[in-house]
Ligand binder design. Structure first.
Ligand SMILES: OC[C@@H]1[C@@H](O)[C@H](O)[C@@H](O)c2[nH]c(CCc3ccccc3)c[n+]21
Length: 443
């Protein structure tokens, strides 16, 4: 089926620094908020942490070989801010930047184009402790300085950049639901954090234009297809508001320079809206080049007046992954079409798509046929969106390796490659790895 995708379409795999690198205290790297959070009792399943993770820091050559054998032409990964700037600002840690230089050079040697995420949740702990991290408006300056530094360091070879991975998660999962670092639980704070993240996104785009003249930069959002539980007016309205909360707040605002109005009014009436200063919305809506869509599932929404969002998520009736997320490839096509139509007709990359399976080693192999089926159906959905006119440029499967799945620790496996945590982190390609390899090979 690959042949029906456009020439130059990027087929890749995606990872993130804290989830795979390990070496969390090595070669001058500073701690991140996840270093701190994962070491707090009760925050992560089984007390797991990213101290070692998949030890990608030491085994990146082996992992690039796995990508080369797989046949991908691109690889999405994130830079650990506190590996290159241990305290988030100030002097560069050359051993940290050397790691990324070696990684990028090796990728290019084997014909794999890097797509680099500047921030995938691992904020330098020093910035959190000294200036309250993302709660501070000053973060846009520090994020801007960090961005300029990595653009200067790697921008000659890296031409595709993402400012933030899922500001929805860095704000609401981290500051409202409290499930991710730093584990706070306050809506006004999470909306302030979301505002500072969007300001920082805009600042990074402005710095990018100064440094990398021949590259493109985008924003990767949680992209959950939202549907009403029934066709009632109430549920349809509830779904509209919830869609603004999960998606519109981070897809619409950087385009229009305004927060989604109905939801903003609700927050304003409740006195939890973010403080907007002169120039903020201009900075947030600094024009950028592409959307990153991280699609996994849908959310079915029912009216529920007791919540400030006026809704609650209900369990859908479709088959679910190990994360409890419904398998709903139709939602991908619908979401891509909506994003392309409503949010600026920009090129789109599917920057994450994949599933957690109950992967078991049997005679040294993992027959993850459910993941193969999930991939087939989502590739097909992406093709339908392309045929419907969506300017889709690439597809990154989450993830190359089983890795640290945040508050679930190592209990949830998303990899095309099994990582044997009991046996020296041995990498064992699963059935889905070979499916993807054959898909990419076939003309
Ligand atoms: O959970 C799998 C992956 C994580 O490992 C990545 O680091 C992260 O970018 C990522 N985001 C999502 C979507 C999470 C989500 C689903 C539904 C609603 C809100 C958030 C899934 N994943």
């Amino acid at each position: 089926m690959r042949a029906v995708f456009p020439e130059g379409f990027l087929w890749g795999v995606a990872t993130a620094s804290y989830q795979i690198e390990g070496a969390d205290f090595e070669d001058g790297k500073g701690p991140s908020i996840w270093t701190d959070f994962s070491h707090r009792p009760g925050k992560v399943n089984s007390g797991d942490n990213g101290d070692v993770a998949c030890d990608h820091y030491h085994r990146f050559s082996e992992d690039i070989e796995l990508m080369k054998q797989l046949g991908v032409n691109s690889y999405r990964f994130s830079i650990s801010w506190s590996r290159v700037l241990p305290e988030g600002r100030g002097k560069i840690n050359r051993k940290g930047s050397d790691f990324y230089n070696k990684l990028i050079d090796r990728l290019l040697e084997v014909g794999i184009q890097p797509m680099v995420t500047l921030y995938h949740w691992d904020l330098p702990l020093e910035l959190h402790r000294k200036i309250d991290g993302w709660e501070s408006r000053d973060m846009r300056h520090y994020f801007g300085d960090y961005s300029s530094l990595v653009f200067s360091e790697f921008g000659d070879r890296v031409k595709h950049w993402i400012t933030l991975n899922e500001p929805y998660c860095s704000s609401h999962v981290s500051y409202l639901w409290g499930e991710h670092a730093p584990g706070k639980r306050d809506l006004k704070t999470s909306l302030t954090v979301a505002h500072n993240l969007l300001l920082s996104h805009g600042e990074a785009v402005r710095r990018f234009r100064e440094v990398v003249k021949d590259g493109t930069i985008g924003l990767a959002n949680v992209s959950t297809f939202v549907e009403p539980a029934t066709d009632s007016k109430e549920d349809r309205w509830a779904a509209r508001i919830r869609d603004q909360f999960i998606n519109g707040w981070f897809f619409e605002t950087p385009i229009t320079g305004e927060y989604p109005s109905e939801l903003f009014k609700r927050f304003n009436d409740a006195g939890v809206q973010p403080l907007i200063e002169d120039g903020d919305m201009d900075l947030i809506s600094t024009p950028f080049d592409f959307w990153g869509v991280n699609y996994y599932t849908r959310n079915v929404i029912r009216k529920e007046e007791s919540s400030i969002l006026g809704s609650e998520v209900v369990q859908g009736e479709l088959a679910k992954t190990e994360m409890g997320w419904e398998v709903y490839p139709e939602g991908l096509e619908a979401f891509l079409y909506k994003t392309f139509k409503e949010y600026g007709k920009k090129p789109i990359y599917i920057t994450e798509n994949g599933m957690a399976c109950k992967d078991k080693l049997t005679d040294g192999f993992v027959e993850d046929f459910e993941r193969v089926d999930y991939m087939k159906r989502h590739f097909s959905s992406a093709l339908s969106a392309l045929k419907a006119g969506v300017d889709l440029r690439g597809f990154y499967v989450w993830s190359l390796l089983d890795n640290f799945e945040w508050s679930y620790g190592y209990s949830k496996r998303f990899g095309l490659v099994y990582v044997d945590y009991e046996k020296g982190l041995k990498r064992i390609p699963k059935r889905s790895y070979y499916y993807y390899r054959d898909f990419l090979e076939r003309d």
